[in-house]
Design a protein around this ligand. Structure first.
Ligand code: RUB
Length: 314
């Protein structure tokens, strides 16, 4: 069984990546830590689990699926270590299962937006977006995909490998060719790392310029996202932190250090406004970005008043 620090490092270094996968890995890590705990004192168990949760939450700041998953698993109860451990494991297993089910349901819902003969553009590597594309193909629709490279980490290469495996005709393009090819695109499908209370979508850097190009050419853009990608804390006015990663992902240090007046910036995500989004396909239905608040309150069960009271108390 892998230890929590190893899993945390894999998330940080992006060996484990993509918002849904990160969330499931964190649930798995909490479960495995609970299984490995060999003490008998419930207080010690609770302390260790909270520390583990903190380590996992700190790995990557943007994907809200991570704190949402951890909160669901850490809601365990129990007066003894055995009771608490059993409840925690049940919650982790249930989160992992419902997360996988959600991705499948999103595929079934989102694929209805794809028509026979469509050319679909996608960005980065999103399992939820790929579920939509895969389902459309499975339904017998003749589709083509244009996939971006997604610099600097080239997640587009993962996407084209998955699409190739499914037998879907795919073209790989550099990120800067998005507008050039938009005239050939019928629909854009992307995933999400976080969705705010006002319906803005945070996804891989470059998504917002892709959305802008789609908007300009009146091409629909759909977001495929599980409900645990919605960010409750944005209801309190908090902003989603945009991760800025190591500059060495963009340029090697020797080249960079030879240029005294140059710095490199490497934000990993950007924000697409709701006005550029046609629909968000979740496992509970295809919704307009404007009703994100209802997902946070009614589906995720967050109460604004409780959150405010908690914040005042803290
Ligand atoms: C991945 C990314 C994906 C979302 C959604 O970024 O932006 O589009 O996480 O993915 P990174 P999924 O590679 O930096 O983690 O639908 O698989 O949750």
């Amino acid at each position: 069984m892998e230890n929590v620090l190893e899993i945390a490092e894999k998330i940080r270094s992006m060996e484990i990546r993509g918002a849904g996968t990160i969330a499931r890995a964190a649930a798995e890590a909490l479960k495995s830590h609970a299984q490995q705990f060999d003490g008998t004192k419930i207080k010690e168990f609770n302390i260790q689990m909270s520390q583990t949760a903190e380590i996992l939450v700190a790995t990557r700041p943007t994907a809200v699926s991570l704190p949402n998953a951890i909160r669901m698993v850490m809601g365990y109860t129990g007066k003894t270590v055995d009771e608490a451990r059993t409840d925690l494991i049940r919650r982790a297993d249930s989160f992992i299962k419902s997360s996988k089910d959600a991705t499948r349901r999103i595929g079934a819902i989102g694929s209805k937006r794809i028509r026979d003969g469509d050319t679909i553009m996608t960005h980065c590597n999103s399992q939820a977006a790929l579920s939509v594309i895969a389902q459309a193909h499975k339904d017998g629709k003749d589709i083509n995909v244009i996939a971006t490279e997604s610099r600097p980490r080239l997640q587009g290469h993962l996407t084209i490998a998955q699409l190739n495996e499914l037998g879907i005709n795919t073209s790989l393009i550099v990120d800067s060719a998005v507008r050039y090819f938009m005239k050939d695109v019928d629909i854009v499908v992307v995933g999400a790392d976080a969705i705010t209370a006002n319906g803005s979508v945070i996804n891989k850097i470059g998504t917002s310029q892709l959305a802008l190009a789609a908007h300009e050419s009146r091409t629909n853009l759909i977001v495929a996202a599980e409900t645990y990608k919605f960010s409750p804390r944005t209801l309190l006015g908090e902003m989603v932190e945009i991760e800025e990663r190591d500059v060495l992902e963009v340029m090697d240090s020797e080249k960079l250090s030879a240029m005294l007046h140059v710095s490199v910036r490497n934000p990993a995500f950007d924000v697409t406004p709701p006005s550029y989004i046609d629909v968000i396909c979740t496992e509970v239905g295809a919704i307009s970005p404007e009703i994100s608040y209802i997902i946070i309150s009614d589906i995720l069960g967050w109460d604004l008043q409780d959150m405010l009271d908690e914040e005042i108390k803290a």
